[in-house]
Structure formats: structure tokens, C-alpha cells
Design a protein around this ligand. Structure first.
Ligand code: MG
Length: 157
């Protein structure tokens, strides 16, 4: 038995914030704005996993009105979502993510992100795919005002 879920997230990029992507801090002139650490990739992954089991979305589980999640490390949120998957008697199968941002180039960080995520999901490294593309300089991503992430996840019995 297998199910699939999809997740999407966007965060604004602003000066004076850290940039966390896939649980890895990326040195950059701007960072992602958000209630938590604003890790857009992990948020999209949370929604993909929640979606696979029709368990709602990240905003329902970790409301940005709750001080508990202010500045939260998104690896903690993803671990909590994985706990929900396991509690529902499923296991994570594989995940595939695409980051959409102009810069910096994230290829040097991808292996570390995959390792962080694989550990959190309790899956092998080859079950975690992270891809990246630019928005070809168009729109808010092209103007480097924001970053987006798409994720697909399977869960298996
Ligand atoms: Mg988010």
C-alpha cells in the first residue's frame, strides 16, 4: 500500500534573517522571513507528508499565532510530522523536492540537506531527492524577493 502527498511553500527573503533550507544554514545576504526559522523546503515536505495521510496542513499543526513555534527549528516540526505518520501506522517511502530561487546556488549544500532529511524521515539517502531551479529572473522569485519549494512524498505500509 502506498499513498502520495504534495506540498508547496513560499517565504519572503529579507535582510537580517538567517537562511535555512533543508535543515542547513546557507550563508547569504538575505534570509527567509517567517514565524519559525522559515525553512521553506522543510515546510513543503511537512505538507507533502501531511497531505499523503489527509492530516491537514502545517498551519493547522503549528499555528504561526502560537508563541511555542516562534523561531522554531523546522527540523523539530518535520520530526513531529514524521511521528504523526508513524502513529498512523505508515512509514515514509521517498520524497522529491524542488527549490525555486535565483541565488545562491545550493548544489554545494544539497548532500548535507539530503542527509539531514533522510535521518529525520528514517529513510535511506537515496530516498531523498532535492533539486533546484531558478525562476529565470521573472516575478518575485526572479527579483529575489522570495523563495519557493515544492515537495512530493510517498508513505508506505
Ligand atoms: Mg512556511
Amino acid at each position: 500500500m502506498m499513498r502520495v502527498g504534495f506540498g508547496f511553500d513560499v517565504h519572503q527573503l529579507v535582510p537580517g534573517r538567517e537562511l535555512w533550507l533543508g535543515g542547513v544554514q546557507i550563508p547569504h545576504s538575505v534570509g527567509a522571513l517567517g514565524h519559525s526559522d522559515a525553512d521553506v523546503l522543510l515546510h513543503a515536505l511537512c505538507d507533502a507528508l501531511l497531505g499523503a495521510l489527509a492530516l491537514g496542513d502545517i498551519g493547522q499543526h503549528f499555528p504561526n499565532t502560537d508563541q511555542k513555534w516562534k523561531g522554531a527549528d523546522s527540523t523539530v516540526l518535520l520530526a513531529a510530522v514524521v511521528d504523526l505518520v508513524h502513529a498512523a501506522t505508515w512509514k515514509v517511502g521517498n520524497v522529491d523536492c524542488t527549490l525555486v530561487m535565483e541565488r545562491p546556488k545550493i548544489l554545494p549544500y544539497v548532500l548535507e540537506m539530503r542527509a539531514v532529511i533522510a535521518k529525520l524521515l528514517e529513510v535511506p539517502l537515496d530516498a531523498v531527492s532535492i533539486k533546484a531551479t531558478t525562476n529565470e529572473t521573472m516575478g518575485f522569485i526572479g527579483r529575489q524577493e522570495g523563495v519557493a519549494a515544492h515537495a512530493v512524498a510517498t508513505v508506505v505500509k
